[in-house]
Design a protein around this ligand. Structure first.
Ligand SMILES: Cc1cc2nc3c(=O)[nH]c(=O)nc-3n(C[C@H](O)[C@H](O)[C@H](O)COP(=O)(O)OP(=O)(O)OC[C@H]3O[C@@H](n4cnc5c(N)ncnc54)[C@H](O)[C@@H]3O)c2cc1C
Length: 479
């Protein structure tokens, strides 16, 4: 049975060799500090039995015909891309933001596309390696990281020009059994609770940079890997329990200290001409994912803004209706870009469909450049209370509770508990460590806005636009 339970996933983590470090200590993957981040991943396993989500989350493996979790699947049609996008929006509503697991889906799809293209060009066997790995990944319902972002050192220098060549992960040895890699990947979401690290280049490479053009999959507790993590969770709750407060996240510096990777786990090694293609193919898939998940974040900001305005008695004020409409436009334009990217997808030689790059990028760009604007709307309409409301303990204290009950009062008929719940949610969502994380993720995850602009320009036919104007203006170029 390829669909595993959340408990089976947690049990796998428990058995792994400890190589996770966080907040000053080495920890097992069963450390209570990791409970909330792991809950987010557990949700993706539970979703296969959720009547509202199962049709989106359960699909079939094209390799074995078995039922699998869509987070482990390959996009073999335009319909698959549509479903991915819808699944992400709906799943993100449940955990209050990023479900995290889609990154590996996007990485697998990119590895599938480019390993085949390398084989077609060079006669290598990377795609066979990939398909064998994918079978194993799907059969065990695994969770993978996307280990793409290198530390990058001096941003103006190329990998081979860095003072320390390890600032981009590279191959330091090759033998008949496999390769040895050294370096690190930064910002790696889910680092402490993945089964496998899925590694790919972060940029194009030149012919001097074959050692840096490397892609592979490796169990996360392999000797030589150290996962140095930052854990972010919402504030705890005592009585006013809420679903949002059950989920957290962790990002890591993943160090590869002379790590051996067997050949059968390698999907690129030295083919520098394909490094940029792999980096950008992943970016195309992942920016398409953002066209599903980011509208979900906007939905939550929109819902919170509308609800707090209602509770305050100002839900129908024209300036508020106007701001709510602005949020609707952002959410649906980003989502529409994702639909367009799927509709205009290209079938690659591997059979995998890649979303139209320009539309993945326009959607991701809209999302990234609007995130602070969206929080600005919520902040201005919520008023200052999310940042100043006394903690839950004071609401529960019989000496101060009645004061906090009386003086939180807003529109008649809205009970104090609802107000305490909503303001605490908005505080957690817009005025907390989790919020800071989500805002930075909203800007940089999947590539900073400047990268989307570069992506859009890279395949945009600007000359044809000039030609339109030349035609309209009656301008004729000399032969
Ligand atoms: C919450 C979060 C989660 C993430 N999760 C993952 C993950 O799971 N896996 C993963 O691989 N990555 C992940 N990332 C990394 C993300 O893709 C990067 O943050 C993003 O690509 C930007 O890279 P950077 O952070 O190194 O910033 P930088 O590369 O330092 O870029 C910052 C800015 O510097 C400027 N700049 C950079 N390079 C140049 C240049 N050559 N010339 C001119 N200007 C330049 C640009 O203005 C750019 O916007 C995550 C990031 C965040 C914030």
């Amino acid at each position: 049975m390829a669909l595993k339970t959340a408990e089976e996933y947690v049990e796998r983590l428990r058995k792994m060799k400890p190589n996770v470090y966080a907040h000053g200590k080495k920890m097992g993957r069963d450390d209570p500090m990791l409970e909330l981040p792991i809950n987010t991943l557990k949700f993706t396993f539970d979703a296969v039995n959720d009547p509202e989500l199962m049709d989106l989350v359960v699909t079939e493996s094209h390799l074995t015909g078995e039922k699998i979790n869509r987070f482990t699947s390959i996009n073999l049609s335009i319909d698959d891309l549509y479903t991915q996008q819808e699944m992400k929006r709906k799943c993100c509503h449940r955990v209050g933001g990023c479900t995290q697991r889609c990154m590996a889906t996007d990485t697998l799809n990119a590895m599938g596309v480019v390993s085949k293209e390398i084989d077609d060009d060079k006669g290598t066997h990377y795609h066979d390696n990939f398909l064998e790995f994918l079978k194993y990944y799907q059969a065990n319902d695994l969770v993978g990281s996307t280990s793409q972002s290198d530390p990058k050192g001096d941003r103006k220098a190329r990998p081979f020009q860095q003072q320390d060549p390890d600032l981009y992960l590279r191959v330091v040895e090759k033998n008949s059994k496999g390769i040895v890699v050294r370096g690190a990947k930064n910002h790696i979401t889910m680092g402490p609770y993945v089964d496998e690290h899925l590694v790919l280049p972060t940029r194009n490479m030149t012919k001097e940079e074959g050692d840096w053009a490397v892609s592979f999959a490796i169990p996360a507790d392999t000797d030589g890997i150290r996962i140095i993590s930052r854990i972010v969770t919402p504030r705890g709750r005592i009585d006013l329990k809420a679903p949002y407060n059950n989920y957290g996240v962790s990002d890591s510096v993943v160090v590869f200290d002379n790590v051996f990777v067997p050949w059968e786990r390698v999907f690129m090694c030295g083919e520098w001409e394909f490094a940029g293609r792999l980096a950008l193919t992943f970016a195309g898939f992942h920016r398409h994912s953002y066209c599903g998940c980011k509208p979900a974040v906007t939905d939550i900001i929109l819902g919170a803004t509308a609800l707090v305005a209602d509770y305050n008695g100002v839900g129908k004020s024209p300036h508020i209706v106007d701001e709510l409409t602005e949020l609707m436009i952002i959410a649906e334009l980003v989502y529409a870009s994702g639909i367009a990217a799927a509709a205009k997808a290209t079938k690659t030689s591997s059979g995998i469909y890649t979303p139209k790059f320009v539309y993945s990028n326009t959607g991701r760009y809209m999302a990234g450049t609007n995130i602070y604007h969206e929080y600005d709307i919520l902040t201005s309409i919520a008023g200052g209370l999310p940042s100043t409301l006394p903690p839950e303990e004071d609401w529960l204290n019989p000496e101060t509770g009645p004061d906090l009950e009386k003086y939180i009062s807003r529109k008649p008929g809205v009970p104090a508990e609802k107000l305490h719940r909503l303001y605490r949610f908005i505080s957690d969502y817009s005025c907390s460590a989790m919020c800071g994380w989500a805002q930075y993720a909203g800007v940089h995850g999947g590539g900073s806005p400047v990268m989307e602009k570069i992506g859009i320009r890279s395949e945009y036919d600007l000359e044809s636009k000039k030609d339109i104007v030349k035609y309209l203006a009656g301008i004729k170029d000399e032969e």
